[in-house]
Design a binder for this molecule. Structure first.
Ligand code: HEM
Length: 136
Protein backbone atom coordinates (compact mmCIF):
# COMPACT_ATOMS: atom_id res chain seq x y z
CA UNK A 1 0.00 0.00 0.00
CA UNK A 2 0.95 3.65 -0.43
CA UNK A 3 0.74 5.10 3.12
CA UNK A 4 0.85 8.75 2.06
CA UNK A 5 -0.13 9.09 -1.60
CA UNK A 6 0.74 11.92 -3.95
CA UNK A 7 0.50 15.50 -2.70
CA UNK A 8 -2.30 17.72 -4.04
CA UNK A 9 -2.75 21.48 -4.02
CA UNK A 10 -6.05 23.31 -3.39
CA UNK A 11 -6.93 25.25 -6.53
CA UNK A 12 -9.43 27.44 -4.63
CA UNK A 13 -10.44 28.24 -1.04
CA UNK A 14 -12.54 25.32 0.24
CA UNK A 15 -14.49 24.74 3.44
CA UNK A 16 -14.44 21.15 4.69
CA UNK A 17 -15.97 20.02 8.00
CA UNK A 18 -15.84 23.58 9.30
CA UNK A 19 -12.18 24.05 8.35
CA UNK A 20 -11.08 26.46 5.68
CA UNK A 21 -8.41 25.18 3.32
CA UNK A 22 -6.80 28.13 1.58
CA UNK A 23 -6.10 28.16 -2.15
CA UNK A 24 -2.55 26.97 -2.77
CA UNK A 25 -2.35 24.76 0.36
CA UNK A 26 -0.56 21.46 -0.04
CA UNK A 27 -2.82 18.53 0.88
CA UNK A 28 -1.60 15.10 1.91
CA UNK A 29 -3.91 12.35 3.10
CA UNK A 30 -3.01 9.49 5.36
CA UNK A 31 -4.09 6.22 3.74
CA UNK A 32 -2.24 4.22 6.39
CA UNK A 33 -4.44 5.68 9.10
CA UNK A 34 -7.66 5.04 7.09
CA UNK A 35 -6.76 1.41 6.42
CA UNK A 36 -5.82 0.82 10.07
CA UNK A 37 -8.92 2.50 11.51
CA UNK A 38 -10.50 0.09 14.00
CA UNK A 39 -13.86 1.90 13.64
CA UNK A 40 -13.99 0.83 10.00
CA UNK A 41 -12.19 -2.51 10.03
CA UNK A 42 -12.59 -3.79 13.60
CA UNK A 43 -9.34 -5.75 13.61
CA UNK A 44 -7.30 -4.21 10.77
CA UNK A 45 -4.14 -6.14 11.60
CA UNK A 46 -5.73 -9.55 11.08
CA UNK A 47 -5.36 -11.14 7.65
CA UNK A 48 -9.00 -11.63 6.61
CA UNK A 49 -9.52 -11.72 2.85
CA UNK A 50 -13.18 -12.52 3.52
CA UNK A 51 -13.69 -8.87 4.47
CA UNK A 52 -13.87 -8.22 0.76
CA UNK A 53 -16.38 -10.91 -0.13
CA UNK A 54 -20.07 -10.31 -0.72
CA UNK A 55 -22.63 -11.83 1.70
CA UNK A 56 -22.55 -15.58 1.06
CA UNK A 57 -18.86 -15.28 0.11
CA UNK A 58 -19.63 -15.78 -3.55
CA UNK A 59 -17.71 -12.92 -5.07
CA UNK A 60 -15.23 -10.20 -4.35
CA UNK A 61 -16.70 -6.80 -3.71
CA UNK A 62 -14.77 -4.11 -5.52
CA UNK A 63 -15.48 -0.40 -5.36
CA UNK A 64 -17.39 -0.52 -2.08
CA UNK A 65 -17.21 2.42 0.26
CA UNK A 66 -14.70 0.58 2.44
CA UNK A 67 -12.26 0.11 -0.39
CA UNK A 68 -12.43 3.67 -1.66
CA UNK A 69 -9.13 5.42 -1.28
CA UNK A 70 -6.79 2.60 -2.15
CA UNK A 71 -6.36 4.19 -5.55
CA UNK A 72 -6.88 7.77 -4.43
CA UNK A 73 -9.85 10.09 -4.70
CA UNK A 74 -11.51 12.47 -7.11
CA UNK A 75 -10.20 13.72 -10.40
CA UNK A 76 -6.64 12.58 -9.80
CA UNK A 77 -7.56 9.02 -8.88
CA UNK A 78 -5.06 6.38 -10.05
CA UNK A 79 -5.03 5.99 -13.80
CA UNK A 80 -4.10 2.32 -13.54
CA UNK A 81 -6.94 1.21 -11.21
CA UNK A 82 -8.77 -1.03 -13.70
CA UNK A 83 -5.52 -2.53 -14.97
CA UNK A 84 -4.40 -3.16 -11.38
CA UNK A 85 -7.67 -4.88 -10.32
CA UNK A 86 -7.68 -7.09 -13.42
CA UNK A 87 -4.00 -7.97 -13.11
CA UNK A 88 -4.40 -8.83 -9.41
CA UNK A 89 -7.36 -11.02 -10.18
CA UNK A 90 -5.61 -12.96 -12.96
CA UNK A 91 -2.36 -13.23 -11.02
CA UNK A 92 -3.83 -14.47 -7.73
CA UNK A 93 -6.45 -16.74 -9.26
CA UNK A 94 -3.75 -18.40 -11.38
CA UNK A 95 -1.55 -18.80 -8.31
CA UNK A 96 -4.15 -20.29 -6.00
CA UNK A 97 -5.61 -22.48 -8.73
CA UNK A 98 -2.24 -24.09 -9.36
CA UNK A 99 -0.32 -23.91 -6.10
CA UNK A 100 -0.85 -24.50 -2.42
CA UNK A 101 1.29 -22.05 -0.46
CA UNK A 102 2.62 -23.02 2.94
CA UNK A 103 4.90 -21.52 5.58
CA UNK A 104 8.26 -23.31 5.46
CA UNK A 105 8.81 -25.45 8.55
CA UNK A 106 11.12 -23.71 11.01
CA UNK A 107 10.75 -20.35 9.23
CA UNK A 108 8.70 -17.42 10.54
CA UNK A 109 5.36 -16.67 8.91
CA UNK A 110 5.11 -13.31 7.13
CA UNK A 111 4.50 -10.55 9.66
CA UNK A 112 2.39 -7.45 9.02
CA UNK A 113 4.92 -5.39 11.03
CA UNK A 114 7.95 -6.65 9.11
CA UNK A 115 7.67 -4.36 6.11
CA UNK A 116 10.01 -2.38 3.90
CA UNK A 117 8.98 1.25 4.28
CA UNK A 118 9.37 3.47 1.25
CA UNK A 119 6.88 5.28 -1.02
CA UNK A 120 4.89 2.07 -0.64
CA UNK A 121 4.92 -0.54 2.11
CA UNK A 122 5.93 -4.04 1.03
CA UNK A 123 6.61 -7.15 3.07
CA UNK A 124 10.26 -7.96 3.67
CA UNK A 125 11.44 -11.23 2.12
CA UNK A 126 10.04 -14.43 3.55
CA UNK A 127 10.20 -18.04 2.49
CA UNK A 128 7.20 -19.89 1.17
CA UNK A 129 6.72 -23.51 0.14
CA UNK A 130 4.87 -23.87 -3.16
CA UNK A 131 3.16 -27.23 -3.60
CA UNK A 132 1.61 -27.91 -7.02
CA UNK A 133 -2.15 -28.48 -6.83
CA UNK A 134 -3.37 -31.69 -8.38
CA UNK A 135 -6.98 -32.16 -9.34
CA UNK A 136 -6.86 -35.78 -10.48
C1 HEM B 1 -1.83 -1.91 -6.71
C2 HEM B 1 -1.66 -1.10 -7.70
C3 HEM B 1 -1.79 0.42 -7.57
C4 HEM B 1 -2.12 1.19 -6.50
C5 HEM B 1 -2.47 0.73 -5.08
C6 HEM B 1 -2.09 2.56 -6.94
C7 HEM B 1 -2.37 3.65 -6.13
C8 HEM B 1 -2.32 4.96 -6.57
C9 HEM B 1 -2.59 6.09 -5.74
C10 HEM B 1 -2.97 6.03 -4.25
C11 HEM B 1 -2.45 7.20 -6.48
C12 HEM B 1 -2.62 8.65 -6.01
C13 HEM B 1 -4.02 9.14 -6.30
C14 HEM B 1 -4.25 10.48 -5.64
O1 HEM B 1 -3.38 11.33 -5.74
O2 HEM B 1 -5.31 10.68 -5.03
C15 HEM B 1 -2.09 6.78 -7.82
C16 HEM B 1 -1.87 7.64 -8.87
C17 HEM B 1 -1.52 7.22 -10.14
N1 HEM B 1 -1.37 5.92 -10.57
FE1 HEM B 1 -1.61 4.27 -9.46
N2 HEM B 1 -1.75 2.59 -8.27
C18 HEM B 1 -1.57 1.30 -8.71
C19 HEM B 1 -1.27 0.88 -9.98
C20 HEM B 1 -1.08 1.71 -11.05
C21 HEM B 1 -0.84 1.25 -12.41
C22 HEM B 1 -0.78 -0.23 -12.84
C23 HEM B 1 -0.70 2.38 -13.18
C24 HEM B 1 -0.43 2.53 -14.63
C25 HEM B 1 -0.42 1.53 -15.49
C26 HEM B 1 -0.86 3.53 -12.30
C27 HEM B 1 -0.80 4.85 -12.70
C28 HEM B 1 -1.03 5.94 -11.90
C29 HEM B 1 -0.96 7.32 -12.35
C30 HEM B 1 -0.60 7.81 -13.76
C31 HEM B 1 -1.27 8.13 -11.24
C32 HEM B 1 -1.35 9.65 -11.19
C33 HEM B 1 -2.78 10.09 -11.55
C34 HEM B 1 -2.92 11.61 -11.52
O3 HEM B 1 -2.27 12.28 -10.70
O4 HEM B 1 -3.73 12.13 -12.29
N3 HEM B 1 -1.10 3.08 -11.03
N4 HEM B 1 -2.02 5.40 -7.84
Amino acid sequence: MVPIPLAHRASADVEYNGMVIRKGSCILYNNYSVFHDKNIWGDPEQFKPERFLSPGNSEMVIGTEKLQGIFGFGKRVCLGETLAWNSFFLYFVTLIQNWKMEVVEGQPAPDIHNVFESFSLSPNSFEVKMVPQTYL
